[in-house]
Write a protein that binds this ligand. Sequence first.
Ligand SMILES: NC(=O)C1=CN([C@@H]2O[C@H](COP(=O)(O)OP(=O)(O)OC[C@H]3O[C@@H](n4cnc5c(N)ncnc54)[C@H](OP(=O)(O)O)[C@@H]3O)[C@@H](O)[C@H]2O)C=CC1
Ligand SMILES: O=CCCC(=O)O
Length: 289
Amino acid sequence: MEVGFLGLGIMGKAMSTNLLKHGFKVTVWNRTLSKCDELVEHGASVCESPAEVIKKCKYTIAMLSDPCAALSVVFDKGGVLEQICEGKGYIDMSTVDAETSLKINEAITGKGGRFVEGPVSGSKKPAEDGQLIILAAGDKALFEESIPAFDVLGKRSFFLGQVGNGAKMKLIVNMIMGSMMNAFSEGLVLADKSGLSSDTLLDILDLGAMTNPMFKGKGPSMNKSSYPPAFPLKHQQKDMRLALALGDENAVSMPVAAAANEAFKKARSLGLGDLDFSAVIEAVKFSRE
Ligand SMILES: NC(=O)C1=CN([C@@H]2O[C@H](COP(=O)(O)OP(=O)(O)OC[C@H]3O[C@@H](n4cnc5c(N)ncnc54)[C@H](OP(=O)(O)O)[C@@H]3O)[C@@H](O)[C@H]2O)C=CC1
Ligand SMILES: O=CCCC(=O)O
């Protein structure tokens, strides 16, 4: 199976490398073209624009930072729309809002192409290991044709119906995650300021009902004030913002998520946006100094 891949950031690089390792022919494009070099070493071909990738490949996957990037890659000069046509499938796995996904769907299908949104749960390591959780929606036949690729990228693929449902589900999952990360950060800081060992707190949490891979995975490095980016904080704040907008649309009061969003915004203002989202603990420390 030959696939195109647009966007070689933390996730796109891991996902496209994984497809190559599993025997897919992959043609890549990235806005900063030099980031394609490492993929070429693993056997990928490179194109100079999204349009060229679409022209070459029947199926193209995108993994881009935010709604602005996802729209730009489709609608700008040299973009997806210039070459999408009947017989081609576009699968956008970026985390965006439903409105963005619907706009892309309308444009792609308007030209005879097919569209699936497929945001993922799981971060850098699950992407490297093919253990993502895929939250797909849109064209059912394209979803089914994408299963061989999804099976390489993920451990489970959900089909959630019409376009927008994948985006909404992903934002809800990440809103819960961002709120949990804030409560966790406050607990670690409070333990430390109370004269308790935050490492012992991790052991206690791990033995009880609140044990989870996120506390277990991120806790030890947070206790060392180390935040190598797996999921950049700026993207988590984008997801909180988009989830809060979804709450507005549906008149759902979400004070916990709103407070978590403020902490991520504070962390961004402290220059921590490119670090891992667990660096939000620095904003908690800052507010207590
Ligand atoms: N990291 C994670 O753990 C997870 C991330 N996600 C989501 O996946 C998506 C990608 O995340 P991640 O890989 O971490 O992000 P990165 O910031 O590492 O990569 C972002 C990618 O988007 C590209 N990009 C940004 N702006 C534009 C633009 N205007 N036009 C074209 N390309 C653009 C970047 O290109 P360039 O190299 O030129 O900057 C890069 O390829 C995001 O939506 C994120 O929320 C989902 C699950 C987990
Ligand atoms: O969007 C990012 C999700 C990160 C994760 O699920 O660990």
